[in-house]
Design a protein around this ligand. Structure first.
Ligand code: NAP
Length: 281
């Protein structure tokens, strides 16, 4: 039997076990997926290696900490965070499937990120993943954050990490800028893509982006997935925008990890059903 797990703290309410185990069952793979709350990320990876785990997901607060215990993929190194560990290599490989989760969530909705004008609100973990997905698509990305310095730091780091064309060819590189939340008034009306990567909308029916800025040419991803229909997505839909809820991002980071570990296409529908059933509980 294969064994996979999630390192993080807290993880007791995680939907990843249900999502991944639904995937194993649909794919006929004999495997279990467990949650672990280690003292530290690197120590957790070492313990999982000793216990013969096949793969790990990594969540808050260990995504940076595990970097020292793995060989990061180029993408994980650029983003500076690992959320998936693959023990089939020595040393274990550290990947970042949050970035693919953002791109595949938009793909699923029929939205291409290639060369778009984008606004990312938030500069924490989700903001980094969204900005990286967009930078890999040579997008023009404006990162707006409540704490302006945090957005500036992210953009400074990513300007170096994403220097040159995303595919290493002669195409245009991504264009990155940073600012505070007040700058949304100018940036959102001209944008093709908007990502809410803040936690605003989770605790209460609030939105980080005023309804008057939303428009029909916009595709909006809200990383928040509790509730699934946030005020931002409700108001975006009312403005005629394409909307993508946070469960799609969560699903596709899991799908990408499943495919990395098992080297086969993930049963996306079964994983999506289990995830959404868990979110409804
Ligand atoms: P994080 O690293 O702690 O970052 C939180 C972000 O939210 C920061 O940019 C912070 O701004 C901003 N923020 C918090 N409260 C705010 C407020 N009242 N007004 C304006 N901005 C505020 O968290 P994270 O891991 O990026 O997660 C952010 C959200 O994305 C959470 O809801 C999380 O559940 C969700 N998420 C979803 C997925 C998915 O797969 N769908 C994956 C990861 C995260 P400051 O820098 O100014 O504090």
């Amino acid at each position: 039997m294969d064994v996979y797990g999630l390192l993080g703290s807290p993880v007791e309410h995680s939907l990843s076990p249900a999502m991944h185990e639904a995937g194993y069952e649909a794919a006929g793979i004999d495997a279990r997926y467990v949650t672990c709350e280690p003292e530290g990320g690197a120590a957790g990876v070492a313990a999982a290696a000793q216990l013969d785990f096949d793969g790990l997901n990594v969540t808050v607060p260990f995504k940076q900490d595990v970097l020292s215990a793995v060989e990061p993929t180029p993408r994980a190194a650029r983003v500076g965070a690992v959320n998936t560990v693959d023990f089939s290599t020595t040393p274990p490989t550290g990947a970042n499937t949050d970035v693919a989760g953002v791109r595949r969530a938009f793909d699923h909705a029929g939205v291409s990120l290639d060369g778009v004008d984008a606004v990312v609100v938030g500069a924490g973990g989700a903001g980094r993943a969204a900005t990286a997905a967009l930078a890999e698509s040579a997008a023009s990305v404006h990162v707006a954050n409540r704490t302006v310095e945090r957005a500036e730091t992210l953009v400074d780091e990513f300007r170096t990490a994403f220097d040159g064309a995303p595919d290493g060819g002669d195409g245009p590189p991504a264009t990155l800028s940073a600012g505070g939340l007040a700058g949304l008034t100018d940036a959102v009306p001209d944008a093709d893509v908007l990502v809410n990567a803040t936690s605003v909308g989770m605790e209460s029916d609030e939105t980080p982006v005023g309804a008057e800025l939303l428009h029909a040419d916009l595709a909006v991803l809200d990383a928040v997935y509790t509730p699934l229909e946030t005020r931002l997505l409700r108001e975006a839909a009312a403005a005629g925008a394409e909307t993508v809820d946070g469960a799609w991002m969560l699903l596709f980071q899991g799908v990408e990890a499943f495919e990395l570990w098992t080297e086969q296409d993930a049963p996306v529908d079964a994983m999506n059903e289990a995830l959404r059933a868990g979110l409804e509980e």
